[in-house]
Write a protein that binds this ligand. Structure first.
Ligand SMILES: Cc1ncc(COP(=O)(O)O)c(C=O)c1O
Length: 391
């Protein structure tokens, strides 16, 4: 809150070498270091995961297009560009593809395996099919933590394939990239550091106030070239001959020109708590999530409905004698009653056509007993509903 006061009272100028530029650079450097990206990677803070993904894909499109998209646009393409992600990928990627003028028909939703990870065999087949039809496969999107179940794609396999096919490799790590700073689960993110671009949120698992996402891009010049104004915008002095300063200037690396001093929020929090503290908090959430998974497994009338991988438990109340449609109806009622208890917010979702409850544990203040309470409440509400209505 103090940072909000401070930053609101300060103006952030358009030049990278004023306070905002230095603070922004420091925050990007810390993020790169924590997530294991090379020192030479560039980056920009944006409003959240959606904009972070958009920013990465905009660079990908321009870098891989067979025409100068900045000058001629996608109208000049002779081969349609195609892009690939799993059917568990967040829909903000589809929105980005639409806004980038590629059309959502260019986005191939590849099926996932039982662990909710993209099926590499199906992905390879889709790329081959598109090449045969004279399309231009240009980008593979990997998930580092899916929104539904927190699953991680096999990022090394995706990086290998992208390299072989000369495609861009983008990772959506908005939800789960921070697993990298955990002690026990960092291996899930193996291969993430091979991405050409990655979208990250600091307002999700890092618990920072809303409005802080980040895009890292390895090819700094491709990033800069995508967003920088040309020589015609003389008043901004952002011409290519001042590359050294301007290539790290956040005003040249994302859609907004005028920006607020968002980087100060991230700077203060990272500076105050440090990597170790965040690492312990992320680990605590993972341990608690596993604890919740164990509690549910012990319950005869409850079942886990997706693999417990990082910070989410998908589950449902499941008395034995009920049919699938009855189970869906019952769990929808449990969901409604459960969230009347404003103690928390459990969400619901569908995975592979099955309705389920979703407990997503990214709150740094969660405590073990919260999960005992949750399981008891689901049981009590479930039993009460069953006794009241005829299922
Ligand atoms: C995996 C994933 N990607 C992207 C987003 C979009 O992020 P934001 O809400 O910060 O725009 C979300 C949001 O839940 C997400 O879970």
């Amino acid at each position: 809150m103090l940072v909000e006061m401070l930053r609101t009272g300060m103006n952030s100028a358009n030049e990278g070498f004023f306070a905002e530029g230095y603070v922004h650079k420091q925050v990007i450097d810390w993020i790169k270091e924590m997530l294991g990206f090379p020192e030479t990677t560039g980056g920009v803070l944006v409003s959240g995961g959606s904009e972070a993904n958009f920013t990465g894909l905009a660079v990908a499109r321009n870098a891989k297009a067979e025409v100068d998209t900045k000058a001629k646009g996608v109208q000049a393409l002779s081969r349609k560009m195609t892009i690939y992600c799993s059917d568990e990928t967040h829909h903000c990627l589809e929105r980005s593809v639409e806004i980038l003028g590629l059309g959502n028909e260019a986005l191939r939703w590849i099926p996932t395996d039982d662990d909710c990870r993209i099926r590499i065999d199906a992905l390879k087949r889709a790329i081959e099919d598109d090449k045969k039809q004279n399309k231009h496969p240009f980008c593979i999107i990997g998930c580092a933590g899916t929104v539904n179940s927190g699953a991680f794609d096999e990022l090394n396999a995706l990086a290998d394939l992208a390299k072989k096919e000369n495609m861009w490799f983008h990772v959506d790590g908005a939800f789960g990239a921070w697993v990298k700073i955990s002690k026990t689960h960092r291996h899930l993110a193996d291969g993430m550091e091979r991405a050409d671009s990655i979208a990250i949120d600091l307002h999700k698992w890092m618990n920072m106030p809303y409005g802080i996402g980040c895009t890292l891009v390895k090819d700094r010049f491709a990033h800069y070239s995508t967003f920088v104004y040309g020589h015609e915008a003389k008043y901004l002095k952002s011409a290519f001959d001042q590359l050294k300063d301007q290539i790290i200037n956040p005003h040249n690396l994302a859609l907004p020109l005028s920006r607020d001093f968002t980087s100060l929020k991230a700077y203060m929090l990272l500076r105050a708590y440090g990597k170790n503290k965040y690492s312990n908090l992320v680990q605590q959430n993972i341990d608690q999530t596993n604890y919740l998974g164990e509690l549910i497994r012990k319950e005869p009338n409850m079942e886990i409905t997706a693999p417990v991988v990082s910070n989410i438990v998908c589950f449902r109340y499941k008395p034995k004698r009920l049919t699938e449609p009855e189970l869906e109806k019952l769990n929808k009622m449990i969901y409604n009653d459960l969230n009347q208890i404003s103690f928390w917010m459990v969400s619901d979702t569908m995975i592979k056509g099955k309705y389920m409850l979703r407990a997503c544990n990214v709150n740094h203040r969660s405590q073990k007993q919260d999960f005992d309470f949750l399981v008891n409440e689901v049981k009590n509400i479930g039993e009460k509903i069953i006794s009241q209505i005829n299922l």
